[in-house]
Design a protein around this ligand. Structure first.
Ligand code: APR
Length: 170
């Protein structure tokens, strides 16, 4: 695995990086989970900025400022809702990571933090969600020399342990 991938535990809304990634919904409205935490910490200007996009499709990403966050930017990506695995969810989840990383590089972002997209309210099985996150970030970094580090932020300690276990086996 690329040495630039960091596995950490915490609240992503508090990350001090150039950009944090939001596990958004297609309307880009605040919602709960990661998205609720990011919107609460960023202030109401973030929701106003999101309204300007007219939504975001599953597997795609867009970028806003970070407003009151420590992070300068928020990259909003919409992961798939888990529907049993036969509806192209794996490809869509991989696409969310790739699209977010592409947008980051286009905006000269050097440090970025990801939550485990789709692994909460959207119901993606956690082990598979972790595997896809690690694989896609690692693949992207193999072709990129601009990003300095990419963090995967697990919300709690057991999830971090699981991420580390899966990373070690890749
Ligand atoms: N920091 C880091 N990780 C977090 C945080 C946080 N503050 N809050 C939740 N998590 C973890 C969850 O435990 C889960 O592992 O992030 C992962 C993603 O969870 P969700 O935020 O529920 O994201 P997702 O499954 O993609 O669901 C998206 O949730 O908030 C709504 O509007 C959003 O409808 C959309 C849906």
């Amino acid at each position: 695995m690329d040495q630039r991938i960091k596995l950490v535990q915490g609240d992503i809304a508090e990350s001090e990086v150039d950009a944090i990634v939001n596990a958004a919904n297609p309307r880009l409205s605040p919602g709960g989970g990661v998205s609720g935490a990011i919107h609460r910490a960023a202030g109401a200007d973030l929701a106003r900025a999101c309204e300007g996009f007219g939504g975001c499709r599953t597997g795609e990403a867009c970028i806003t400022d970070g407003y009151l966050l420590r992070a300068g930017h928020v990259i909003h990506t919409v992961g798939p809702v888990w529907q049993g695995g036969g509806k192209g969810e794996a490809g869509q989840l991989a696409s969310s990571y790739r699209a977010s990383l592409r947008v980051a590089v286009e905006h000269d972002i050097r440090t970025i933090a990801f939550p485990l997209i789709s692994a909460g309210i959207y119901g993606y099985p956690i082990r598979d969600a972790i595997r896809i996150a690690l694989t896609e970030i690692d693949r992207f970094l193999a072709g990129d020399r601009t990003l300095e580090h990419v963090a995967i932020v697990a919300y709690d300690e057991p999830t971090l342990e699981l991420v580390k276990e899966i990373a070690a086996a890749l």
